[in-house]
Ligand binder design. Structure first.
Ligand SMILES: [Zn+2]
Length: 294
């Protein structure tokens, strides 16, 4: 039972922001710089669909000056926590609220009817950065110029990221742009960079893939001559390994193309521990593994 009573907040020197996924932590670092302290609940490799708030997390949340989460039911087991906190007057912000309706991909089979993996659209992430800047500027008006300057710098980096990603993708002919992964996290990626994407599990990882799902996808891989499929760092690899075996039982080889960062960045302190590094790594891994000539 989670109770959000009015607690006396410890006066700490820095404005404390609590985030859920490490993509959001990275974004808050980019915009807030050293004027804020960022406490992320989910580390590298943690699946946000399945994550439940611990007692310790609740303490972190209730002593935060502001909370930023992704929204659209990405944090499926924490929706109630955020709603209750919001009603109790805590400053909670969903990044998805910074996106216009047309930028969200509809998904009739998922809670809330939207695909929550919004960060795989660079354009959406630019809007999320603007949204974070706006909220931080309201919370800390004395640092507004600092946040806006950081946004200008980061927005240029995001624009240049998109150019770099398009350049890497351009090496892969259109007919080879088929991305098969563990779960449906890459629809925004597919839309922005013109790939057909197929996930073995659905949009959330809560529903496990059944034998029929595996066989259907194995047939798809054989029919479309897909050379590689991908593991995700935040999803156990068993289902992708089962898919690989199912393809091989049809006398067709399919490689493991590598591990992609889907719902979590890599370890902090590594290039893949940032949004920019994660995206370059993912795109290069995908293009290299699919760009084979038989
Ligand atoms: Zn996901």
């Amino acid at each position: 039972m989670l109770i959000f009573s009015c607690q006396k907040k410890k006066k700490s020197a820095k404005f404390k922001v609590v985030t859920t996924t490490n993509m959001i932590s990275d974004l808050l670092h980019q915009i807030g710089g050293d004027s804020i302290e960022v406490v992320g609940l989910m580390g590298a490799g943690v699946d946000p669909h399945l994550y439940k708030a611990s007692e310790g997390d609740v303490t972190k949340l209730t002593t935060a000056d502001a909370i930023f989460y992704s929204g659209l039911h990405l944090e499926g087991k924490m929706v109630d926590v955020f709603e209750k906190m919001n009603k109790s007057g805590y400053k909670t912000f969903a990044l998805s609220d910074g996106l216009p309706e047309k930028n969200k991909i509809s998904s009739a089979n998922f809670a809330g009817n939207h695909d929550p993996h919004i960060w795989f659209s660079v354009e959406n992430w630019r809007l999320a950065a603007k949204y974070v800047t706006k909220q931080l500027s309201t919370l800390q008006p004395q640092n507004k110029n600092f946040f806006e300057e950081n946004l200008r710098t980061y927005d240029l980096e995001l624009k240049s990221l998109k150019e770099d990603l398009n350049e890497i993708a351009s090496k892969l002919p259109k007919e080879k742009r088929i991305l098969v992964t563990a779960h449906d996290a890459f629809s925004y990626f597919g839309k922005e960079f013109n790939f057909k994407v197929v996930g073995l599990q659905g949009i959330s990882t809560t529903a496990e893939a059944g034998t029929k799902d595996i066989l259907d996808l194995a047939n798809f891989i054989v029919e479309n001559d897909v050379p590689a499929i991908f593991v995700e760092s935040s999803v156990p690899e068993q289902t992708i390994l089962a898919l690989k075996s199912a393809v091989e039982s049809k006398d067709k080889n399919v490689a493991l193309g590598g591990t992609l960062y889907s719902d979590s960045l890599g370890n902090s302190g590594t290039p893949e521990g940032t949004y920019l590094g994660m995206y370059i790594y993912n795109m290069s891994t995908i293009v290299n593994a699919l760009n084979v000539t038989e």
